[in-house]
Design a protein around this ligand. Sequence first.
Ligand code: RB5
Length: 144
Amino acid sequence: MPSETIAIASDHGALELKNALTEDLERRGFSVLDLGTDGPDAVDYPDFADALASAIREGRAARGVLLCGSGIGMSIAANRHREIRAALVHDNLAARIARRHNDANVLVMGGRFIGMEVAKDCLAAFLDTEFEGGRHARRVAKLS
Ligand code: RB5
């Protein structure tokens, strides 16, 4: 859905991955809302997860991508926001299941844990996979 805006943010642990995935998103025709970080200086991942959650809550982005060294901190921080369903994934299958079963609206990956091509594959799966609804809709509704 190339008219969609995707927000993206990382800490210093995944800056190279953020830049590569931003290029991928733009190449596919998505509008990208880049919320930083922009340089190698150490920053605090909760600040970026909070900024991305706000962007989704306020309708400035439909979905998001969060990246940090492991992906763990970003996923914990993002899931403290009621409207966020953030999925930390390491492969294509998890990315697809996160969409099909959990209607994940934020994809999380660890820049120090995942290879570049696998990360791009996960992003493509996240973007291209629809939520199945049905019994999963009842469960997802209970999350928020
Ligand atoms: C930063 O060094 C690192 O702690 C962070 O990127 C992330 O892995 C936290 O979960």
